[in-house]
Design a protein around this ligand. Sequence first.
Ligand code: SF4
Length: 407
Amino acid sequence: MKTFNVPVIYRSPLISTIKNQRKQQDRMKKDFTPTALDFGPLKILLARHFGFCYGVENAIEIAFKTVDENPDKRIFLLSEMIHNPHVNNDLLERGVRFIMDTAGNQLVPWETLQSDDIVIIPAFGTTIETENKLASLGIEPLKYNTTCPFVERVWNKAEQIGKKDYTVIVHGKPKHEETRATFSHSQSNTPTIVVKDMAETEKLARYITGEAAPDTFYEAFKGQYSQGFDVTKDLQRVGVVNQTTMLASETQAIADYIRQVIVAHYGLTEANAGERFADTRDTLCYATNDNQSAVIGMLEEPADLAIVVGGYNSSNTSHLVELCEEKLPTYFISAPEQMRSARQVDHWDFHHKQEIHSDTFLPEKSQVTILLTSGASCPDALVEGVIRRLLSFYGLEHKADELTLVD
Ligand code: SF4
């Protein structure tokens, strides 16, 4: 896979060494067991895959290069480039400004933009409406485009099935930038609807089978369907694509469920299910798959707790947290400093969207085992920082430089 020129402050020689070693041993990426770092009283099991993905490195390279090459121009990002506060703050410090926040609220009025301004499209991509808006201001919309190719692959898939008259069901968070972009691109070809989870999918299924009154659809899915959506016609042939960072198992379950509802409702068989259900199984992003599989592999090991590092508004990170929470006390942190001491930690409760404080962080026992991973927008330098800070609680900081890798 292509390598990118990412600022050295985001790299970690320690983590790069571990990742390279694992890569050499497992080129086909079949081994999802964690890397064991045994420091005596502290044992860290580091996920097989974590940290910056292709799309994030690509976006960071383009954004920093654009800043370096255009010292005299005003540079804007449509919204947060990736969901990591460290990277976004570094860009802000270099004078870059965000036009919108992550919820789509305007921070910089469109009318203040000028035709010689640079506007960078983030890794999530953007809507056709925004592209048109930029064009109307005389700004070439795709000149500084960091849209991830794996997001574009989802758009292409939606377009392909849309052109075959399937309605597109997008499994994603309705307000997330990527889902809004995918929705926009998809609806330019075919009727499109967003479902955020299985509960909404089950609700949608009642309109497919006719159990729910059609006229209630428009309130039930307000803001989540394309203009002109006709619930009586547009749910007869469907395909499912996803926001690339959703929980892979949930997208699969949603696609399987819709398929089964369609097959049963229309009396289809396995052989002819494709007449009304488009096969889209390949829209999951490789990084989401790898990182989630690595967490599932890591959770097979006995441990006391899990730490997940990443931006609080990062969708892919929150799904790693969700997986860990099923089995262990899990701490979602965005920086090492949040671990104030061996007992005190500030961490994010993504269910209630608030930072909370715990004073029962590390258990008192002869060896504490911690599962550690990070999201696809988290610099490895932060993960190294977490390892070093954990070691400091045991007076073992020096051990990070003389790592013992245990099979
Ligand atoms: S998580 Fe996947 S789709 Fe999203 S930016 Fe990374 S590689 Fe691209």
